[in-house]
Design a protein around this ligand. Structure first.
Ligand SMILES: Cc1cc2nc3c(=O)[nH]c(=O)nc-3n(C[C@H](O)[C@H](O)[C@H](O)COP(=O)(O)O)c2cc1C
Length: 133
Protein backbone atom coordinates (compact mmCIF):
# COMPACT_ATOMS: atom_id res chain seq x y z
CA UNK A 1 0.00 0.00 0.00
CA UNK A 2 1.31 3.43 -0.85
CA UNK A 3 1.91 5.62 2.17
CA UNK A 4 0.16 8.97 2.13
CA UNK A 5 0.90 12.18 3.97
CA UNK A 6 -1.73 14.12 5.83
CA UNK A 7 -1.79 17.86 5.11
CA UNK A 8 -3.19 20.94 6.80
CA UNK A 9 -3.48 24.43 5.33
CA UNK A 10 -5.04 27.22 7.35
CA UNK A 11 -5.20 30.97 7.66
CA UNK A 12 -5.58 32.71 11.02
CA UNK A 13 -5.62 36.23 12.45
CA UNK A 14 -2.56 37.28 14.40
CA UNK A 15 -2.93 38.55 17.95
CA UNK A 16 0.71 39.65 18.06
CA UNK A 17 1.43 43.35 18.39
CA UNK A 18 4.73 45.02 19.27
CA UNK A 19 6.01 41.67 20.49
CA UNK A 20 5.58 39.98 17.09
CA UNK A 21 9.27 39.50 16.28
CA UNK A 22 10.05 37.90 19.64
CA UNK A 23 7.01 35.64 19.57
CA UNK A 24 7.66 34.51 16.01
CA UNK A 25 11.26 33.73 16.92
CA UNK A 26 9.85 31.57 19.76
CA UNK A 27 7.39 29.84 17.43
CA UNK A 28 10.15 29.14 14.90
CA UNK A 29 12.56 27.68 17.42
CA UNK A 30 9.82 25.44 18.82
CA UNK A 31 8.85 24.34 15.32
CA UNK A 32 12.44 23.75 14.24
CA UNK A 33 12.88 21.33 17.13
CA UNK A 34 9.45 19.76 17.23
CA UNK A 35 8.53 19.40 13.54
CA UNK A 36 11.57 17.21 12.71
CA UNK A 37 10.91 15.08 15.82
CA UNK A 38 7.43 14.46 14.48
CA UNK A 39 8.51 14.16 10.85
CA UNK A 40 6.54 17.24 9.81
CA UNK A 41 7.51 19.74 7.13
CA UNK A 42 5.89 22.95 5.97
CA UNK A 43 5.70 26.69 5.45
CA UNK A 44 4.64 29.64 7.59
CA UNK A 45 3.66 32.99 6.11
CA UNK A 46 3.16 36.09 8.24
CA UNK A 47 1.66 39.25 6.79
CA UNK A 48 1.50 41.35 9.95
CA UNK A 49 -2.23 40.69 10.31
CA UNK A 50 -2.53 37.05 9.31
CA UNK A 51 -0.72 33.76 9.44
CA UNK A 52 -0.98 31.09 6.75
CA UNK A 53 0.59 27.74 7.41
CA UNK A 54 0.91 24.48 5.50
CA UNK A 55 2.00 21.36 7.37
CA UNK A 56 2.36 17.79 6.13
CA UNK A 57 3.38 14.45 7.60
CA UNK A 58 2.00 11.36 9.29
CA UNK A 59 -1.59 11.88 10.34
CA UNK A 60 -1.10 11.06 14.04
CA UNK A 61 1.80 13.47 14.34
CA UNK A 62 0.06 16.22 12.43
CA UNK A 63 -2.86 15.88 14.84
CA UNK A 64 -0.55 16.45 17.80
CA UNK A 65 0.76 19.75 16.37
CA UNK A 66 -2.71 20.76 15.21
CA UNK A 67 -4.00 20.52 18.78
CA UNK A 68 -1.16 22.77 19.99
CA UNK A 69 -1.57 25.32 17.20
CA UNK A 70 -5.37 25.48 17.46
CA UNK A 71 -5.17 26.31 21.16
CA UNK A 72 -2.33 28.85 20.79
CA UNK A 73 -3.43 32.29 21.98
CA UNK A 74 -1.01 34.11 19.68
CA UNK A 75 -3.62 33.85 16.95
CA UNK A 76 -7.38 33.44 16.54
CA UNK A 77 -10.18 32.80 13.99
CA UNK A 78 -8.35 29.93 12.37
CA UNK A 79 -9.91 28.74 9.10
CA UNK A 80 -8.84 25.41 7.60
CA UNK A 81 -8.54 25.46 3.79
CA UNK A 82 -7.13 22.00 3.10
CA UNK A 83 -6.79 18.65 4.82
CA UNK A 84 -6.54 16.27 1.86
CA UNK A 85 -3.87 13.57 2.03
CA UNK A 86 -1.15 13.68 -0.65
CA UNK A 87 1.20 11.08 -2.13
CA UNK A 88 4.23 13.30 -2.12
CA UNK A 89 5.39 16.01 0.27
CA UNK A 90 5.18 19.52 -1.09
CA UNK A 91 7.81 21.12 1.18
CA UNK A 92 9.90 18.09 2.12
CA UNK A 93 13.11 20.06 2.63
CA UNK A 94 11.71 22.44 5.22
CA UNK A 95 10.96 21.87 8.91
CA UNK A 96 9.16 25.20 8.62
CA UNK A 97 10.13 27.67 5.91
CA UNK A 98 9.28 31.15 7.20
CA UNK A 99 8.48 34.17 5.03
CA UNK A 100 9.47 36.93 7.45
CA UNK A 101 7.27 40.03 7.52
CA UNK A 102 5.43 39.87 4.22
CA UNK A 103 2.94 42.73 4.47
CA UNK A 104 2.48 42.79 0.68
CA UNK A 105 0.76 39.38 0.77
CA UNK A 106 -1.90 40.30 3.32
CA UNK A 107 -4.34 40.67 0.42
CA UNK A 108 -3.67 37.08 -0.71
CA UNK A 109 -4.28 35.78 2.82
CA UNK A 110 -7.39 37.90 3.36
CA UNK A 111 -8.78 36.78 -0.03
CA UNK A 112 -8.15 33.12 0.83
CA UNK A 113 -10.11 33.64 4.06
CA UNK A 114 -12.95 35.43 2.32
CA UNK A 115 -13.31 33.08 -0.65
CA UNK A 116 -12.01 29.80 0.84
CA UNK A 117 -9.82 29.59 -2.26
CA UNK A 118 -6.47 28.05 -1.49
CA UNK A 119 -4.94 27.99 -4.98
CA UNK A 120 -3.41 31.45 -4.98
CA UNK A 121 -2.10 30.94 -1.46
CA UNK A 122 -0.43 27.62 -2.32
CA UNK A 123 1.04 29.17 -5.45
CA UNK A 124 2.50 31.95 -3.33
CA UNK A 125 3.93 29.43 -0.86
CA UNK A 126 5.46 27.41 -3.71
CA UNK A 127 7.05 30.54 -5.20
CA UNK A 128 8.36 31.67 -1.84
CA UNK A 129 9.93 28.28 -1.09
CA UNK A 130 11.33 27.94 -4.63
CA UNK A 131 13.04 31.30 -4.16
CA UNK A 132 14.90 29.99 -1.13
CA UNK A 133 16.64 27.08 -2.83
C1 LIG B 1 0.95 30.64 13.69
C2 LIG B 1 1.60 29.58 14.53
C3 LIG B 1 2.28 28.53 13.92
C4 LIG B 1 2.92 27.56 14.69
N1 LIG B 1 3.58 26.53 14.06
C5 LIG B 1 4.15 25.56 14.80
C6 LIG B 1 4.80 24.46 14.18
O1 LIG B 1 4.87 24.32 12.95
N2 LIG B 1 5.37 23.52 14.98
C7 LIG B 1 5.33 23.60 16.35
O2 LIG B 1 5.87 22.72 17.02
N3 LIG B 1 4.73 24.63 16.97
C8 LIG B 1 4.13 25.61 16.23
N4 LIG B 1 3.51 26.65 16.86
C9 LIG B 1 3.56 26.71 18.33
C10 LIG B 1 2.50 25.81 18.95
O3 LIG B 1 1.24 26.46 18.90
C11 LIG B 1 2.85 25.46 20.43
O4 LIG B 1 3.04 26.63 21.17
C12 LIG B 1 4.11 24.64 20.54
O5 LIG B 1 4.14 23.60 19.60
C13 LIG B 1 4.23 24.02 21.95
O6 LIG B 1 3.15 23.12 22.16
P1 LIG B 1 2.33 23.05 23.51
O7 LIG B 1 1.93 24.47 23.83
O8 LIG B 1 1.16 22.14 23.21
O9 LIG B 1 3.30 22.49 24.50
C14 LIG B 1 2.87 27.63 16.11
C15 LIG B 1 2.16 28.68 16.70
C16 LIG B 1 1.55 29.66 15.94
C17 LIG B 1 0.81 30.78 16.60
Amino acid sequence: MMSMFATWLYVSSSLLEQNADTEIANIRSTAEARNPELGLTGVLLFSGHHFAQFLEGAETNLHIIKASICSDDRHTSLVTLQTEPVKKRRYGRWALAYSGWATHIDGVLADALRTNDRRKLLRYMDEFVAGRR
